[in-house]
Ligand binder design. Structure first.
Ligand code: ADP
Length: 463
């Protein structure tokens, strides 16, 4: 089977969140079962050495001709194609800047989606795996052209749907018959994600719990009815991580590498990291957050709980970028408390150091399709504290002997979250029990092996 995996982000080239990790880890895990390549946009800001030109062609959308160039590279054994196109490849950022999306994202990602279909034909692809709204319209273009290519559409986050004005239909060369409630139309606008859901042969989300949650009013983001209608082709497959990229035993960014039998080296990472921050005392329990600073990630709740938390003899460190509302509050807390430090940036290298340095990883998400950060934390022997929602519920458990041990709170309240922090501190005081949990997690399998097998079965079921 020949598969093309299409996404808007891919490690190590371009990443704003977990999608980039998955676009790397899942195809790598699937590679031993099939012929699979990845395609992403060649954004204007990307500088990639050793790209080979693969093809160039003209694409007509809405009466306008766009010149497309396709490039190729082998990224540590994985075949990656890059699409260079007008508008798509001229911006300095992926989706926008200063919290404002580019006004022409409909065309940017519409052209990308149409070019993916063209590339699939050239590569004689059997199955196209689409990810999130940026690639969703490819399924519709395949339907419109009656092409014989199977499609799987994965929803990584239903909160982002790619909604544009009705006029986008014409600009993208989409037949007006698709602008109806059963297809693209959403309250008078064009909803790209609806196209992916309606015209793909199978729809997946990134955890079994999230697959259930998105059928409800609370988490369906207005698409719960539409998704329920397509329920028969919807399933949830838990993501995994690239255990080579995230490997404390072999991580070039760490002060000292370590595994579950050399945890004293993990402590060296704590000491080294603290020296670079204002938090000095390594005897204090270190709680960390590495996250986009948005409502989804539980920032409201975190900021409510932090002042009480910081009265304790602990250290807290936050690494993140996001909404001004949260960064300003975190900056205020950092200037008030000597045991709180905040780095307002996106820093991949630092993130590895922080995962290794921490005792606890805090992830109080309001909703969480899957979440990878909690799995990375566990791989680095850092115990997660999570809200029981979506993929967090599926990957972290408070009971012993179940892979993914952590502290889990059910209700999204300050009281429950504070109690979870207390339970974490109690566990930490019992050094034997704490070490047992750390070692247990480090020996669990958080790779994409299991997930990849489920995707393979799903692909095969479509033929
Ligand atoms: P999401 O995709 O919703 O942002 P995930 O938990 O699935 O959340 O993935 C987040 C990924 O982005 C993880 O690999 C995490 O380490 C990384 N990350 C998030 N914020 C930062 C940051 N400020 N600096 C470095 N890495 C970050």
């Amino acid at each position: 089977m020949k598969v093309l995996f299409a996404a808007s982000e891919l490690l190590p080239y371009v990443k704003t969140g977990g999608l980039a990790d998955v676009a790397d880890a899942l195809p790598r895990a699937l590679k031993k079962y099939m012929d699979i390549s990845v395609v992403i946009p060649l954004y204007g800001f990307l500088e990639i050495e050793s790209l080979q030109e693969f093809d160039r062609f003209e694409l007509e959308l809405g009466g306008i001709l766009y010149s497309i160039e396709i490039y190729f590279t082998l990224q540590e054994g994985l075949s990656v194609y890059f699409i260079k196109a007008p508008l798509l490849s001229t911006t300095k950022h992926l989706y926008g800047y200063n919290d404002i999306d580019y006004a022409n994202n409909d065309l940017r990602f519409g052209i990308f989606s149409a070019a993916i279909v063209e590339l699939s034909l050239k590569l004689k692809i059997d199955l196209l795996h689409l990810n999130d709204w940026h690639t969703a319209l490819a399924a519709l273009f395949i339907d419109q052209r009656s092409l014989n290519i199977k499609t799987v559409f994965t929803i990584h986050n239903l909160a982002y749907q790619g909604i544009f004005s009705k006029e986008s239909c014409e600009r993208l060369g989409i037949d007006p018959s698709y602008f109806n409630m059963d297809a693209l139309e959403f309250y008078g606008q064009l909803n790209s994600m609806k196209g992916g859901i309606a015209y793909s042969d199978a729809v997946t989300t990134v955890s079994p719990s999230y697959a259930q949650e998105i059928l409800t009013d609370e988490f369906g983001c207005g698409l719960e009815g539409f998704l329920s209608y397509h329920d028969d082709k919807l399933s949830g497959i838990l993501n995994g991580i690239n255990t080579k990229v995230f490997d404390p035993a072999n991580d070039p960014y760490l002060q000292e590498c370590y595994n579950s039998t050399t945890l004293e080296n993990k402590h060296e990472n704590k000491v080294a990291f603290l020296k670079t921050s204002k938090l000095k005392d390594p005897r204090k329990t270190l709680f960390v957050v590495i996250s986009r600073l948005v409502e989804q990630k539980g920032m409201e709740l975190l900021i409510k709980v932090l002042p009480d938390m910081l009265e304790k003899k602990i250290n807290v460190f936050v690494l993140g970028e996001g909404e001004e509302l949260y960064t300003s509050k975190l900056n205020t807390l950092a200037s008030k408390y000597s045991n709180f430090d905040f780095q307002n940036s996106y820093d991949e290298v630092l993130s590895h150091k922080v995962y290794a340095a921490a005792d606890f990883f805090v992830m109080p998400s309001l909703f969480e399709p899957c979440g990878l950060a909690q799995m990375i934390a566990m791989r680095y022997g850092t115990i997660p504290i999570v809200h029981a929602i979506g993929g967090l519920k599926d990957s972290v458990h408070e009971e012993k002997n179940r892979c993914g041990r952590g502290i889990v709170f059910e209700k999204y309240t300050k009281k429950e979250f504070s109690k979870a922090i207390e339970r974490a501190l109690k566990l930490k005081r019992d050094s034997e029990a704490f070490k047992e949990a750390v070692v247990f997690n480090m020996e669990c399998d958080f790779s994409f092996e299991t997930g990849a097998k489920s995707y393979m079965k799903l692909y095969e079921s479509l033929f």
